[in-house]
Design a protein around this ligand. Structure first.
Ligand code: PLP
Length: 390
């Protein structure tokens, strides 16, 4: 190298070979591409997801570590990590649907997904029918010859309805339809939809999987190789691939998923139970409470019920606004699944575009407050919520 000029030597940096040991933590491979010695190997790598690493938009060793980890946790064969949850959902919907296709979705959907499905219907001539998340007979009735896809969520926002995954996925399978399940609220610690018959699982890894409110990401996990290859090819063209640093943050958070979920669930249980005995509260929506419509189904499907729930203030909209202004420890913010407790008043924020009647159709009242419980000490959280109620 020394016969080269300093300008050139500064460009071509040495990379120490790692032999005889390996890093404990997954390294961040902060590179946009990979070098080949053999042009034939490079040509082959560009056509498939399981060849040598080639270009960052296809995948990257740090990103692949995340894809492999979550595919394994969900019991899938492979995964495609993306820059956001919506990136994963779009890669799947756009990658699998064509004009003229029919989509069946559950009625209670994450806002971004609901908006995207409306776009698909309006722009690309895809027809949509909505069914309750726990009604396989309604799903069977909605099936048409051109139905391609059924879209479900394990636990829905904000009143935490639980989908009948075994029943709904079986009905989809009988009809030869691909089933997609958004498992963001449950995480693979509480539910692995592929075990219940799902073909594809999507996540916003922004939430519980990364867990620290410091990164955006998404992932689609596949039960079979055929759908994986199809969506992978489409995702790299769409350009929704995850970034190595974002994937690294997600991997770092993922290592404590089990511990965090335990605390999220136990905190939710304590707060939801105490709220349901509070005079200012008219209803609490957490599937671990016998009053919740999904209680029985949830008990069969899930070992615990997650950290997101909502409750209705007897005082309506004004009480909701007062509560939001009065909390101190709980933070007024969108999103969920992080270590901090976040609260949200859907009627004036996430669901503000809906009329009172439309809100009611989603099970949301004007005094409904959504809580995404963090991992703080439960008594500190309860003290904060209790003072904000009075
Ligand atoms: C947040 C969320 C999404 C969207 O994920 P982003 O990472 O914000 O793009 C999708 N589904 C559910 C259930 C979510 O909570």
């Amino acid at each position: 190298m020394s016969e080269l000029h300093p300008e050139t030597r500064a460009v071509h940096l040495p990379q120490p070979p790692i032999e005889g040991s390996r890093p404990i933590a997954v390294p961040i491979y902060q590179t946009s591409g990979f070098v080949f010695d053999d042009p034939a190997v490079m040509a082959d790598a560009m056509g498939r997801p399981d060849g040598p690493f080639v270009y960052g938009r296809y995948t990257n060793p740090t990103v692949r570590s995340l894809e492999t980890a979550i595919a394994d946790l969900e019991g899938g064969v492979a995964a495609v990590a993306t820059g956001s949850g919506m990136g994963a959902i779009n890669a799947v919907l756009l990658g699998l649907l064509q004009p003229g296709d029919h989509l069946i979705a559950q009625r209670a959907l994450y806002g971004g997904t609901a908006a995207m499905i409306k776009e698909l219907a309006g722009r690309f001539g895809i027809t949509v029918d909505y069914v309750p998340e726990d009604d396989p007979a309604a799903l069977r009735d909605a099936v048409r010859p051109e139905t391609r896809l059924v879209y479900l969520e394990t636990i829905a926002n904000p009143i935490a309805q639980v989908a009948d995954l075994p029943g709904m996925c079986a009905a989809a399978r009988e009809a030869g339809i691909v089933s997609v399940v958004d498992n963001t609220f449950a995480s693979p610690v509480l539910c692995r939809p592929i075990e219940h018959g799902a073909d594809i699982v999507v996540h916003s890894t922004t939430k519980y999987l990364s867990g620290h409110t410091d990164v955006l990401g998404g992932i689609a996990v596949f039960a079979g190789d055929e759908l994986y290859r199809k969506v992978w090819h489409f995702a790299i063209e769409l350009g929704v691939t995850a970034d190595p640093f974002a994937s690294w943050l997600t991997l770092r958070g993922l290592q404590t998923l089990g511990l965090r979920m335990e605390r999220h669930c136990s905190n939710a249980r304590l707060i939801a139970t105490r709220l349901s005995g509070h005079p200012a509260v008219s209803a609490v929506h957490w599937p671990g409470l016998p009053s919740h419509p999904s209680y029985e189904l949830a008990g069969k499907l899930l070992p615990d019920f997650g950290g997101v729930f909502s409750f209705d203030l007897a005082g309506g909209r004004a009480a909701g606004e007062r509560f939001m202004a009065a909390v101190r420890l709980a933070l007024l913010a969108p999103s969920l699944g992080g270590v901090e407790t976040l609260v949200l008043h859907p009627a004036t924020t996430s669901h503000r575009s809906l009329s009172v009647e439309e809100l009611a159709r989603h099970g949301i009242g004007e005094g409904t407050v959504r809580v995404a419980v963090g991992i703080e000490h439960p008594e500190d959280l309860w003290a904060d919520i209790e003072q904000a109620l009075t």
